[in-house]
Design a protein around this ligand. Structure first.
Ligand SMILES: NC(=O)c1ccc[n+]([C@@H]2O[C@H](COP(=O)([O-])OP(=O)(O)OC[C@H]3O[C@@H](n4cnc5c(N)ncnc54)[C@H](OP(=O)(O)O)[C@@H]3O)[C@@H](O)[C@H]2O)c1
Length: 321
């Protein structure tokens, strides 16, 4: 069995700073000084509270998120040495959003990785993610390109996102660099990863969106699970405008537990995810340093089994079968 990401990076934090919203709005072409200041505040706060993994992608704010981080490193070179930097390639997205499709061809991966590294003013990515599966991927060609980039020192470890067990095993069969992580949407709002486990042998399981067996495969193969959307985009912890009765009830329960455990609601949402024994690393998409700090408190609590199940039953709107 391969060892988990913490073996490759023993210093990696459990929480990850997600940087999808760095670099200003998606619809402006350039970054501004205030975007770099924002990144500085977030990254230094993250390091202060023990978060040292940074999650990026080439497409975030159309390249401006990586660019902002690169400008930050130019300003404060020493920061880079304290961070584990992961970025993703494999989605082709034009600024006008008129093209959005996947591309894991060797040519595109090579171009995208080189562009990301240039934007980051760096020599290498610690972990290179393939952002989404590309049905047109030719395994050998993709594997060759990745191996060449690896030999050139452009990335240290490989990872995937939004892939199921079979897709990961297929890629790994042709690539000698270990696939060390899989990033999927998992949260109290997107809890099909739990439904998959509890509705086995029931017709309702046919409608489950989570790729069956992926959680188990990743743990067995030493592929670290990372959760995007882990704060449920603030659904249960902000001023949600939802009129869904399960969301309303769950928001109230999150609030009650927050008071009981002495943390902010965000921390309860994360603690629910982290109570799962798969040792999931939540990727936090907040751009707010106060929210980052309050979210980090999730590490200081452990939800009881009863509270964990009551949150699950509240969001699913019925008892477990
Ligand atoms: N692999 C993939 O396909 C994929 C897809 C999407 C995202 N990601 C990664 O995962 C990270 C997180 O994903 P995400 O941003 O979709 O989800 P998230 O972390 O669940 O949500 C972050 C968003 O929710 C808001 N929020 C959180 N708590 C709040 C509260 N209490 N009140 C009000 N607003 C609140 C944040 O606003 P503030 O900024 O104001 O706090 C931010 O806009 C991204 O940054 C990115 O790195 C990966």
């Amino acid at each position: 069995m391969k060892l988990p990401i913490h073996h490759y990076y023993p210093e990696a934090s459990r929480l990850i700073l997600g940087c999808m919203n760095l670099g200003g709005p998606w619809n402006t072409p350039t970054i501004e000084g205030k975007d770099i200041d924002q990144a500085f505040d977030l990254v230094t706060k993250a390091l202060d509270i023990g978060i040292n993994v940074i999650d990026l992608a080439d497409i975030y704010t159309h390249g401006k998120a990586e660019k902002t981080m690169g400008e930050l490193f130019k300003r404060e070179r020493s920061l880079r040495n304290h961070l584990i930097l992961q970025s993703k390639v494999g989605i082709k997205l034009t600024p006008a959003f008129d093209t959005c499709h996947y591309d894991l061809s060797g040519d595109w991966i090579t171009e995208a990785v080189n562009t990301s590294i240039k934007r980051l003013h760096d020599n290498t990515l610690d972990i290179l993610f393939l952002h989404r599966p590309d049905p047109l991927m030719q395994l050998d060609e993709t594997a060759n390109a990745l191996m060449k980039l690896h030999e050139q020192g452009k990335f240290e470890y490989l990872a995937v996102s939004n892939m199921h067990a079979g897709q990961i095993a297929f890629l790994q069969s042709a690539i000698q660099v270990p696939i060390v992580a899989n990033q999927l949407e998992m949260s109290l709002a997107c809890c099909d990863f739990v439904e998959d486990a509890i509705t086995v042998n029931m017709p309702i399981n046919a409608n489950n969106g989570f790729p069956r067996g992926t959680l188990e495969y990743c743990q067995q193969a030493g592929v670290q699970l990372q959760a995007w959307g882990s704060m449920a985009q603030g659904l249960f912890s902000g001023e949600s405008a939802s009129n869904n009765k399960n969301v309303i009830a769950t928001t109230a329960l999150v609030k009650k537990f927050a008071q009981q455990y002495g943390v902010e609601p965000n921390a309860i949402v994360l603690a629910w995810l982290m109570r799962h024994p798969a040792n999931i690393q939540p990727v936090l998409g907040t751009t707010n340093t106060e929210r980052l700090t309050s979210a980090q408190k999730a590490l200081t609590i452990q939800l009881s089994r009863e509270h964990w199940y009551s949150l699950l039953e509240s969001i699913r709107g019925k008892k477990v079968p």
